[in-house]
Design a protein around this ligand. Structure first.
Ligand code: UDX
Length: 433
């Protein structure tokens, strides 16, 4: 049955959820405080790069199933279900900052006079949904219900993930809320997508424990790759051999310059703080956070050790986004590495198919090139930091011709070793001796 839904916060999670739920035939209003964003979205222009998103947005706008507004009062009044998808970034202590969430809750309390189901999509510390329910009660809005419905979308594959989730996790307390959530996700009830119904705390922790575990896998393979650099073992074959064990699984064992993005860094820090707030410690997560910081440093040091004095050397950078298929640069390893290169007084020329604009807001004073081959002009070295497909197929003869010194440090191993050898490059990968 068609539902009236509003989604508060049209960032990454909110926008994908809004578009996905309206594609199911619901009437969806996306709410944001940013007028420019709302104007663009109403015209069908996506405010972030995500494959397939704009097509879905346009289709739903044409079918009048979705609209965007800054008028939170109107959106709340017209909706039976309110999804909260505002950011919960790290604060200065590493905890999840909940002020945006509480601003939204205050609006919901102010403008709700009848039953509504509030759905927390934002990643929130264990115990938050229970506190939200208490907050409703203390503000005399005990008719407001709350469920925790954490999000597992991957950037770059978010549309696919929305329609093909591995699982749907719902933390709830009463049967009516469960019934409404079943109706919202009814297109999945007839599929093999598993549902896990649990209490609020369990749902909240599933999100953190999942992201923490994936981050741990990456940190682990990165540390194994450091051992490979010394011992001569091949980390890619080590990862392959490990992945053949069904208990381990082959995914998330790709070594690199360290994980980044909007989730892993902030969620690992928050998980550590959550444990602390309950008087315990997850020392493995603290080790992961530390290992990831050290990995960025380690990758930079290998590069510097190879080139010696970096002053006035021209370095070409391929890839600025924290991973391919996104323009998101939040906590991208490229930020750390370019900052270090700048301190060494390098001359930097950088390419990224989608993230140049976002990156130039933090580093306005490096050169950005539209054509990836231009980073090679007179370069003493090229550093590949993101695994974009176009780097996998670039013409290495052309690259070499333009470089002053044909050295490539491919931190994502997008290039094939045989080809680099054959074309006369000096090269390195993470994990290679
Ligand atoms: C992640 C989770 O996958 C998603 O379920 C969650 O809801 C949000 O966080 P995302 O941040 O989009 O999604 O990216 P993901 O593909 O998981 O990669 C995260 C980081 O790990 C990237 O910097 C990526 O380059 C790095 N990574 C990933 C590796 O270095 N090695 C790997 O093997 C996998």
């Amino acid at each position: 049955m068609k539902k009236k839904i509003c989604i508060i916060g049209t960032g990454y999670v909110g926008l994908i959820t809004a578009v996905g739920l309206s594609s199911f035939g619901n009437n969806v209003i996306g709410v944001d405080i940013d007028e420019e964003k709302v104007r663009k979205l109403n015209k069908g222009e996506s405010t972030l790069y995500e494959p397939g998103l704009e097509e879905y947005l346009e289709d739903n706008l044409n079918n009048k199933r979705i609209s965007f507004t800054t008028d939170i009062e109107m959106a709340i009044l017209q909706s039976e279900i309110i999804f909260i998808a505002v950011g919960t970034p790290s604060n200065e202590n590493g905890e999840a900052e909940l002020k945006y969430l509480y601003n939204v809750l205050d609006s919901i309390i102010k403008y709700s006079n009848t039953y509504k189901l509030v759905v927390t999509k934002s990643t929130v510390p264990v115990g938050t949904n229970r506190k939200i329910k208490e907050y409703f009660i203390s503000n005399k809005k005990d008719f407001l219900d709350i469920v925790s419905n954490p999000e597992f979308l991957r950037e770059g594959k978010a549309i696919f993930d929305f329609f093909h989730p591995d699982r749907i996790i719902i933390g709830y307390e009463n049967e009516n809320a469960r019934k409404i959530m079943e109706e919202i996700y009814s297109p999945f009830l007839r599929t093999t997508v598993p549902f896990l119904w649990c209490n609020w705390e369990t749902a909240e922790l599933i999100k953190y424990a999942s992201n923490g575990f994936l981050a741990l896998k990456i940190a682990y393979i990165n540390q194994i790759s450091n051992l490979c650099e010394i011992s001569g073992a091949d980390v890619y074959l080590v990862a392959k051999g490990m992945g053949m064990d069904g208990r381990i699984g082959s995914k998330f064992l790709h070594p690199g310059p360290g994980y980044g993005g909007s989730c892993f860094p902030k969620d690992t820090r928050a998980l550590s703080k959550i444990a602390e707030s309950f008087g315990t410690k997850i020392s493995l997560i603290d080790a992961v956070i530390d290992a990831n910081e050290k990995q960025k440093e380690h990758v930079f040091n290998r590069f510097k050790n190879k080139l010696g004095d970096l002053k006035n050397k021209k370095i070409g950078i391929l890839g600025l986004a924290f991973k391919a298929e996104t323009d998101d640069i939040r906590e991208s390893p490229a930020i750390y590495i370019i900052d270090k290169l700048k301190k060494e007084k390098c001359i930097i020329s950088a390419h990224d198919p989608k993230a140049r604009k976002n990156f130039s807001k933090i580093f306005p004073d490096i050169q950005y090139v539209e054509d990836l081959y231009d980073v090679a002009n007179d370069a003493e070295a090229i550093l590949i930091l993101t695994e974009w497909n176009e780097y996998k197929t670039m013409d290495l003869y052309e690259i070499k011709k333009r470089m002053k010194n044909p050295y490539i440090f491919d931190t994502r191993k997008v290039l094939r070793e045989e080809e680099l050898k054959e074309k006369g490059f000096d090269y390195n990968f993470v994990g290679l001796k």
